[in-house]
Design a protein around this ligand. Structure first.
Ligand code: PMP
Length: 437
C-alpha cells in the first residue's frame, strides 16, 4: 500500500503541541479505528495530495465549503486581490453589501442579514435574537442535528459528538441543557407534544431543513410545513440551520429547493448560513424577517459583534464562489455525476452482499452500512460503524478520501469528472469485494 510515513511522523509531532493533534475533532481517525489522520499539503480541483505525495480524489471537500474544488482560479484571484488591498479595516466595505444582496436575491426570506465568522456563530446568534424577540428562553431541536459548538446546541448534537460517542459535551451547565428540548427528526407528533408542554416558554424551533449531519436526510412530506405551522401557532420563531444546505443542491437553500410543493409554507423566520458562502474562507451569516433582525444592535437590544466579521478576503471569496455557482448547468452536472456514483456504489455493494443504504440529494449523498432506510438519527446510529471504518480505509488506500465518520456525506464539486467517478467506482468494487469475502 501507499506509504503514509510522513503523515504519521507529523501527527506524532502534532500530538506534542496541538490537542489531539487536530484542530477539529472530526479530523481525527478515532471513529474509523484510530491512527494518524492523513496530513494534506496541496489541493487542486477535485484532488488533494498528502505530505507523502499520495493523490486522493476528494469527497470530503472540507466538510462542505469546497464546492468549486480546491484552488479554483476565480476564487483564488478574488482572495489574492482582496489580500493585496489590506485584509481588514474595521469599517464597512462596498463588497459586503454585494454579498448581502446576492444572498437576499437567492433566499427571499432574508429581509436583513449580518455576517459573522462561522456557522457556529451564525446559529448561536439566531438563538439570541429569537430569545430577544420572544422574551422566552427554551429551544427545541432535533436529535442528531449539529448546529455548531455553542453551549445550547451541543445538547444531543450530531455528527461530531455522536461519532465520538459523547452524547453531550462536558462543560455545559445543567441550567443551560435544561433550556433545550430534543425531539426526533421527521416525527411531527413528538414536536407537537413538546410544543403542547413547553410551547409558551419556547423561543425557537431550530432545524436543519434537509439534514446533513447524520447522513443526508430529507424531511418527510409535510414535516417542514407542519413544523412551521405549529411553531408559529406557539408564538415561537422558526430557525433553519442551512450552514450545510445553503447553495448545496441548487443556487439557493433547502427552503428554496424545488422539492417542496408549497415553498411559502416552509419559509423560516431566521436562517443561519456558512460554509459555501465563504468559498473556503471563514464565514457565517444569519438573517431573516426584518422585525426580528431589527432586534440586533445597533438597532435593537440583542448584542452581536465581530472584529473579523465581513472581512474583505472572506467576502470576496464568497462572492467569487457564488459566481462560479451561477454558471449555467453546474448543479445539473454535480447531480448527474453524483447519481452515477451513488447508483454505482449501491449496485456494487448489493453485488458483493454488503448491506448499504444510499441517501442522495442531488450532488451529495450519504452511505449507511445497513439494510433499513435512514430517516432519523436512531436509524443512522443503528448502522455498521465497523463496516464503514473498513470501507473508509480500503478507499483511502485506493486514493479516495471520504470523511472519517459514518454520518458524514460525500460531496461532489464542480471540478469532479466522469473519469473521477469511474476511478472511484473501481476502487469501491475492490473495497466491497474485500468486504463481501
Ligand atoms: N450548522 C451545521 C448544519 C453544520 O453542519 C455546521 C458545521 N458542520 C455548523 C452549523 C457549524 O459551522 P462551523 O463549523 O463553521 O462553526
Amino acid at each position: 500500500g501507499a506509504s503514509r510515513a510522513r503523515s504519521e511522523a507529523l501527527h506524532a509531532e502534532a500530538l506534542q503541541h496541538i490537542v489531539g493533534g487536530v484542530n477539529s475533532p472530526s479530523r481525527s481517525f478515532k471513529a474509523v479505528g484510530g491512527g494518524a489522520p492523513v496530513v494534506m499539503k496541496r489541493g487542486q480541483g477535485a484532488y488533494f495530495w498528502d505530505v507523502d505525495d499520495n493523490q486522493y480524489i476528494d469527497y470530503l471537500c472540507a466538510y462542505g465549503p469546497i464546492i468549486a474544488g480546491h484552488a479554483h482560479p476565480h476564487i483564488t484571484e478574488a482572495i489574492t486581490r482582496a489580500a493585496a488591498s489590506g485584509t481588514l479595516y474595521g469599517t464597512p466595505t462596498e463588497l459586503e453589501i454585494r454579498l448581502a444582496r446576492m444572498l437576499k436575491d437567492a433566499i427571499p426570506s432574508l429581509d436583513k442579514v449580518r455576517f459573522v465568522n462561522s456557522g457556529t456563530e451564525a446559529v448561536m446568534t439566531t438563538i439570541r435574537v429569537a430569545r430577544a424577540y420572544t422574551g422566552r428562553s427554551k429551544i427545541i431541536k432535533f436529535a442528531g442535528c449539529y448546529h455548531g459548538h455553542s453551549d445550547l446546541v451541543l445538547v444531543a448534537a450530531g455528527s461530531g459528538p455522536s461519532t465520538l460517542g459523547i452524547p453531550d459535551s462536558a462543560g455545559i451547565p445543567q441550567s443551560i441543557a435544561s433550556e433545550v428540548i430534543t425531539v426526533p427528526f421527521n416525527d411531527i407528533d413528538a414536536l407537537k407534544a413538546a410544543l403542547e408542554r413547553w410551547g409558551d416558554e419556547t423561543a425557537a424551533v431550530m432545524v436543519e431543513p434537509i439534514v446533513g449531519n447524520f447522513g443526508m436526510v430529507m424531511p418527510k412530506p409535510g414535516f417542514l410545513e407542519e413544523l412551521c405551522r405549529l411553531t408559529r401557532a406557539a408564538g415561537a420563531v422558526v430557525i433553519y440551520d442551512e450552514v450545510i444546505t445553503g447553495f448545496r443542491f441548487h443556487y439557493g437553500t433547502a427552503q428554496t429547493f424545488g422539492a417542496f410543493p408549497d415553498q411559502a409554507a416552509i419559509e423560516p423566520d431566521l436562517t443561519a448560513l456558512g460554509k459555501i458562502i465563504g468559498g473556503g474562507l471563514p464565514i457565517g451569516a444569519y438573517g431573516g424577517r426584518k422585525d426580528i433582525m431589527e432586534q440586533v444592535a445597533p438597532l435593537g437590544p440583542a448584542y452581536q459583534a465581530g472584529t473579523m466579521a465581513g472581512n474583505p478576503a472572506s467576502i470576496a471569496s464568497g462572492i467569487a464562489c457564488l459566481e462560479v455557482l451561477q454558471q449555467p448547468g453546474v448543479y445539473e452536472r454535480m447531480d448527474r455525476l453524483a447519481a452515477g456514483l451513488a447508483d454505482g456504489l449501491a449496485d456494487l455493494a448489493s453485488r458483493h452482499g454488503v448491506p448499504l443504504t444510499v441517501n442522495r440529494i442531488r450532488g451529495s449523498f450519504s452511505t449507511h452500512f445497513c439494510e433499513h432506510p435512514v430517516t432519523n438519527y436512531d436509524e443512522a446510529q443503528d448502522t455498521d460503524g465497523e463496516a464503514f471504518a473498513r470501507f473508509f480505509r480500503l478507499m483511502l488506500e485506493r486514493g479516495v478520501c471520504l470523511a472519517p465518520s459514518k454520518y458524514e456525506a460525500w460531496f461532489l464539486t464542480t471540478a469532479h469528472t466522469e473519469e473521477d467517478i469511474a476511478r472511484t467506482l473501481e476502487a469501491a468494487a475492490e473495497a466491497f469485494a474485500e468486504m463481501g469475502r
